[in-house]
Design a protein around this ligand. Structure first.
Ligand code: ZN
Length: 235
């Protein structure tokens, strides 16, 4: 599989903040940055966990990124962040519906596949059971998906996307910000609780990628030591 340069990289952040996630290239406002992946745990149990990398989806589910997590877990807090997270569900499986999907891996490569159950397949990929490739190079997120009414059509489209032309098309569409991060089809949705992080302003090459951890986290873990995020105004 042909790898492209990843658009983000993990390195040491400014003093006292440990590691952070940085842009390797300019990222447009509204563009996909990363998906927060990991092991799904019960939110009630998560409170007692020692993991540093918890992201609560809702009262029921929390993502623990310490196990099987993506680079998104390195995003540091800022009171004036350049990204935000959105909880997104995947479409539920329906009769005669076949999905072709594109996963961007942490090495920048695009993994292309097709399935009848997108959420199940996605959960397999994020936990290292989906394919040899995605267990080696962790998925950053589903950057594109399409629906077809027959397996034959889906397989044909998957085949084309895997060609040099197809891969070029995917890269061009992503660069132009045209590929939908989520499925736009209406209809029943399966509660998947994917956490999609996208840019809320233009992020320039070399800039640290940040997100607002929220009031609750801030009051409990950041306020007691004082916030070092560099913003003019803090929470
Ligand atoms: Zn701050």
């Amino acid at each position: 599989m042909e790898a492209t340069a990843p658009s983000v990289t993990v390195k040491d952040a400014s003093s006292g903040k440990g590691q952070g996630l940085f842009a390797d290239a300019d990222i447009k406002k509204g563009a996909f940055v990363a998906e927060y992946t990991g092991t799904k745990v019960d939110s009630k149990e998560a409170d007692a966990m020692k993991s540093k990398y918890l992201f609560e989806i809702d009262d029921e589910w929390t993502i623990d990124a310490e196990h099987g997590g993506s680079v998104a877990r390195y995003i540091n807090h800022s009171c004036d962040p350049n990204t935000e997270a959105e909880i997104v569900d995947l479409p539920a499986p329906r009769p005669n519906t076949f999905f072709v999907y594109v996963i961007e891996c942490e090495n920048g490569a695009m993994y292309i596949g097709q399935t009848q159950n997108l959420l199940k397949r996605w959960n397999e990929h994020t936990t290292g059971r989906g394919a040899e490739y995605t267990s080696k190079y962790r998925p950053r997120g589903i950057v594109h998906s399409e629906e077809y009414s027959s397996r034959e059509e889906a397989v044909a489209r998957e085949k084309w996307l895997k060609t040099g032309f197809g891969r070029k098309w995917i890269k061009r569409e992503i660069k132009a910000g045209r590929l939908p991060v989520r499925s736009t089809q209406t209809g029943a949705r399966q509660a998947g609780g994917r956490i999609i992080i996208s840019a809320i302003k233009k992020i320039t090459e070399g800039e640290e990628i940040t997100i607002d951890y929220g009031d609750e986290y801030f009051d409990e873990f950041i306020r007691p030591h004082g916030c070092r995020c560099g913003a003019k105004k803090h929470h």
